[in-house]
Design a protein around this ligand. Sequence first.
Ligand SMILES: Cc1cc2nc3c(=O)[nH]c(=O)nc-3n(C[C@H](O)[C@H](O)[C@H](O)COP(=O)(O)OP(=O)(O)OC[C@H]3O[C@@H](n4cnc5c(N)ncnc54)[C@H](O)[C@@H]3O)c2cc1C
Length: 394
Amino acid sequence: MPEWSNWSGLVRSTPERLVRPSSEEEVVAAVRDAATGGLTVRIAGSGHSFTRLVATDDAIVALDGLTGVVDVDPEAGESGEAELWAGTPIHAVGPLLHPHGVALRNQGDIDRQALAGACGTGTHGTGPSLTSFSGAVVGATLVLASGDVVSCDADHEPDLFRASRLSLGASGVVTRLRLAVRPSYRLHEREWAEPVDDALARLDDLIAATRHFEFFWFPGGDQAWCKALDETDAEPDELPDVDGERIDDSWAIYPSDRDDRFNEMEYAVPAEKGPACFQALRELYRTRHPDTRWPIEYRTQAADDVWMSPAHGRPTVTLSIHEPVDRDHEPLFRDAEEIFRAFDGRPHWGKLSYLDPSELPALVPGWDEWWAARDAADPDGVFLNDHLRRLAGR
Ligand SMILES: Cc1cc2nc3c(=O)[nH]c(=O)nc-3n(C[C@H](O)[C@H](O)[C@H](O)COP(=O)(O)OP(=O)(O)OC[C@H]3O[C@@H](n4cnc5c(N)ncnc54)[C@H](O)[C@@H]3O)c2cc1C
């Protein structure tokens, strides 16, 4: 039996089939073969989700053979659109788009995820004017359970489109994504440490003054490790040799290395509640988890209109907490989740949570509409696994 594991090793599967199509036709064949054989199908990006989204005993379709640019139109939409094959890893996107004069509007902490995987859970970076990857999706092409290939956008198959921006891999195999992009740009990165109480006191200014601001706080310490990114026209070699600063193309600045493996929980809270939620977490670490050493990450996100998005309809602060893979993450995460809930938090779909699924319809905007559109596209539940059925209370 083939084996599949997520990045942190927490989720493992031995599916009956693990298929790696390298064309849309092969995706169609893989879905038809699985359905004919009575198998359900899950789709894998690069396995960087911590939740059991991909886990199955049946068939996994991995899209890492379906990569590259389909089409770029720098004049389309607000500031350009690019269509890419869904398995393209984010780290390949910048170099692929640069010759066309466009770039992704924002990126997250790392660039190892597949494009459709990142969109599949609402993966985001930081910046109060910037949405998640899902918010940038303006069109998608899917292979449905029937084997039909369907393209959708706001005007064509609009419900399928809205369910496919943040899809959880539940409506079909996304083979192509059309993203809103923008003209290529360079970023100036500044990193520094300052007392966390000082950073909190001027947090609104720090966030407003930069395109992207975030900070990490390590329990047991009193420093905020801050990072600010701003657009610049300067060339990389124009920067004097200053510690903690660099200039480069946007895609070269965004990603960090994450060499040590960990598990993670993240909640999105209304932006105005971010500082108080952070302080409550800090107190939790001090009083109940004094030996935890892995950081809290504090980021911002613009409101969006994406069904199932944690940032739907409200300017957002995301707070991520981590535990290394060799420690039991559950005690901290369960305690922290109570705090997140008290601050109107919504969970990140790719990161751990213990919510009772009966809470989700009230908590998650677009829940009913998303499930109705998904069910219409896949009435027999070919793309559902235990995790998704549990979320839906089925
Ligand atoms: C080290 C690390 C850093 C991270 N940093 C961030 C961050 O900065 N910001 C953030 O928001 N998250 C972050 N995450 C979480 C991660 O970005 C998400 O979980 C993301 O969904 C993972 O992408 P993936 O390609 O690995 O997809 P997977 O985890 O493999 O899949 C995610 C979902 O997408 C679906 N999917 C994948 N491909 C397709 C397809 N072609 N068609 C249909 N559905 C598909 C899957 O079925 C699944 O439901 C991080 C995770 C790790 C491990």
